[in-house]
Design a binder for this molecule. Sequence first.
Ligand SMILES: [Zn+2]
Length: 134
Amino acid sequence: MSASKQCAISIDLDGIACYYRIHGVGTSPRELEHAIYQRAVPRATALFGPRGIHVTWFVIGRDAEHAPNAETLRALANGGDEIGNHSYSHHYELARLSAREVDDEITKADRVLREVVALRCAAFARRGMTCRPR
Ligand SMILES: [Zn+2]
């Protein structure tokens, strides 16, 4: 019997603008708007793909509306990776929104992923591990 090690790898595709907002350093340069899809995704797929490692990519819905990003996501899914919902607009105050607003964020991202990217998500990742008491 051989022992195998298993793990799950998920990557949040948070754009550079998300980091500018959370650190309060102003507006991100326009040329970096899709840098995660243009630079980080190819690097990650070059790392994981040849090793047969599949990843769950958590996608911000509005980013998936950009046609080249949608194409990238379809290619990832066609390669066997999972695409997850990471809300529509990646609100930093998601835990403080009303239940209806949270539902809208999830539903709107789901619509984009179904209609624009033609993918159905089974997973949702909230932003920044935030939660609220019920
Ligand atoms: Zn995030």
